[in-house]
Design a protein around this ligand. Structure first.
Ligand code: HEM
Ligand SMILES: *[C@@H]1O[C@H](CO)[C@@H](O)[C@H](O)[C@H]1NC(C)=O
Ligand SMILES: *[C@@H]1O[C@H](CO)[C@@H](O)[C@H](O)[C@H]1NC(C)=O
Length: 348
């Protein structure tokens, strides 16, 4: 009896060892531009055409992709952990974290993944696809001004925990020092925090993400803009509002900020340095954006990027690459997922 139990245990141990051996461990520093050139010819074009098609239908999807890159990479590195759905084994993945409210573009990534699997099955990771897609979105939304090559060769991770996302990602109610500390934990500087926050020139946010702003004093938020938000937010249950006032409905801007109507654009979600102008004018939605003005160094960078859009285009591209190189925790295992929303096999 004792003996057979020991034999059984040994067998289980051997099986576990075999399983683990079959799963490559994800190592940092081996990412390469053109990683799939030979492994999956034409891959980057497949991604690009799919992103172009999706953004023609809805430019907002591009904003969603860029935010997904940030939210994936800041939690356990860029490992596709944000893409995993809830499952029996893992009922509370990152997606369910309150801080991940409004994440989108999952369907598009799954479509791209399916197209890529048809072409070269089992070769391209979802985490790489996400970075390529976000890169293409940034390029399209900036009319080509934000462009960069993507070092690739990431593996998809197995772990995705809502509480981890909640703990690691910054909160839109945070003050400057908390944001600075949060970014420092991932080795990002104050300047990079300011550069990356410029992504809020595009996309939308739920009213629940800026509740506190609606009652902040006039020296923190332009009263006319506050009135505009106070008008929009009660319309529906927790509706979304454009991050950039120039993307708002013409009539609403005409009513609350008539001086701004000339800035309203027919094509929304243009990725540029307008965030810094809006911030200096105190017409940004999130407290986390406004608070950058309260920190001396950060404020200097806000002015710098307001003054030079070309500089921001270049530095934003560079910072996105740095984000995309955040590694998985040391010793993590990875795989090439067949579908982006589920791991290939159970881990036990
Ligand atoms: C500095 C700390 C940051 C905070 C506190 C923050 C917070 C937020 C919040 C609360 C939303 C709206 C979510 C919702 O209510 O639906 C949002 C949207 C967005 N964020 Fe950030 N964010 C930060 C940094 C970044 C960075 C680094 C990027 C990318 C480089 C980014 C890209 C975006 C984009 C593109 C959207 C719009 C998404 C869409 O329309 O689907 N954010 N952010
Ligand atoms: C930040 O840099 C330190 C020192 O180079 C390194 O040990 C650490 O892993 C880095 N952290 C992240 C999240 O990359
Ligand atoms: C703006 O930044 C670009 C890119 O770094 C630089 O070449 C240019 O000289 C800057 N323009 C001004 C007016 O400083």
């Amino acid at each position: 009896m004792k003996l057979s139990a020991a034999v059984l245990l040994a067998l289980v141990a051997v099986q576990a060892a075999v399983l683990l051996a079959a799963v490559p461990s994800a190592q940092a520093g081996e990412l390469q531009v053109g990683y799939y050139n030979k492994k999956c010819k034409g891959l980057e074009n497949v991604v690009k055409w799919n992103v172009i098609k999706a953004l023609k239908a809805n430019r907002r999807t591009g904003a969603a992709l860029i935010r997904l890159l940030f939210h994936d990479c800041f939690v356990r590195g860029c490992d596709g952990s944000v893409l995993l759905d809830a499952s029996y084994d893992n009922p509370h993945p990152e997606k369910e974290a309150p801080v991940n409210i409004g994440l989108a573009a999952f369907d598009l990534l799954e479509e791209i993944k399916a197209a890529v699997e048809k072409r070269c099955p089992g070769v391209v990771s979802c985490s790489d696809l996400l970075i390529y897609a976000a890169r293409d979105a940034a390029s399209i939304l900036s009319n080509g001004h934000v462009h960069f090559d993507v070092p690739a060769g990431r593996l998809d991770g197995f772990v995705s925990k809502a509480e981890e996302a909640q703990a690691e990602l910054p909160d839109s109610a945070h003050d400057a020092q908390k944001l600075i500390d949060n970014f420092a934990r991932k080795n990002f500087t104050v300047e990079e925090l300011v550069i990356l926050s410029g992504a809020h020139s595009i996309g939308q946010g739920h009213c629940s993400s800026f509740t506190g702003r609606l009652s902040e004093p006039a020296n923190q938020i332009t009263p006319a803009y506050r009135n505009l938000l106070n008008y929009k937010c009660p319309q529906g249950s927790n509706p979304t509002v454009d991050n950039n006032v120039r993307d708002e409905d013409y009539d609403v801007v005409a009513r609350f900020m008539p001086g701004f109507v000339s800035r309203v654009r027919k094509i929304p979600d243009f990725l540029d340095n307008s965030y810094y102008h809006n911030n200096l004018a105190k017409i940004v939605t999130f407290h986390s954006d406004w608070t950058l003005l309260t920190h001396k160094e950060a404020f200097g960078h806000v002015k710098e990027y307001a003054e030079n859009g070309t500089l921001w285009d270049e530095d934003f591209a560079e910072s996105l690459v740095k984000l995309s190189e955040l590694p998985m925790p040391a010793g993590s295992k990875g795989e090439i997922r067949k579908k982006c929303s589920v791991i290939n096999h159970r881990l036990y």
